[in-house]
Structure formats: structure tokens, C-alpha cells
Design a protein. Sequence first.
Length: 129
Amino acid sequence: MDNSERAQPLADKEFGKEIFDLVQGCSSLKEIKKGANEATKCLNRGIAQIIIIAADTTPLEIVLHLPLLCEDKNVPYIFVSSKKKLGQACGTSRNVIACAILKNENSRMKEKVVQIRNKAELQFINSQN
């Protein structure tokens, strides 16, 4: 079983671009936490709105606890194609394998976050069928 089969739901190219744009916007507002450990902490604290995971993480097992935790905490998650692109969107020159967008009721990005959340949930439901 290769990563593309285990990394579900995987955003297509167009939706991936929307996600990277959202991450970039939230990063500039400091409403994001980078890395698998930080994403896990945000989920446990109940401050994550959505989790974005890189599908090309090797080994993929280091992020596969996140979907289970997301389902427990009722937080949507989505896989994107590239850890390099996710890192660039997060505003760092390093690869980022996962990130959490934080809850903030007063955010300028709130509408966009809700829109991406809904799309991610829909894609998750479709990937289950």
C-alpha cells in the first residue's frame, strides 16, 4: 500500500492551491502552528479548526496519528500533495509535514477557514464511500 492510498482525503490540485493560500494568510496573521507535534498539542487543547497534513511525508506513519485524533476531536483534516509547498505557505524555508489552523473568532480569515473546513469535510465524506 503506497502513501496515496493511505493519505486520504487528498486535496486535488485546485483545492490544494486554495488550502496553501489559506495557510499563507493565516501564517501572516500568526494563526497557525507548524509541525506534527504542535498540531497534536492544538488538537488536545481544543484550539485547532482544521489540520493540514502533507501526503509525501516519509515515513507516513509519523503523521498517521493525526487523522485518528482529528476524528476523536471532531476536527476536519485534509492531506495536501507536498510538504515543501506546505512549508512555503507556512512562511518557512523548511518542509512542514503538518500544520494546525487555530480557532480565532475575530480573524480576518474566518470566512475562508469555514469555507475550506466545509470543503474538507465534504471531501472526507466522499472518500469514505
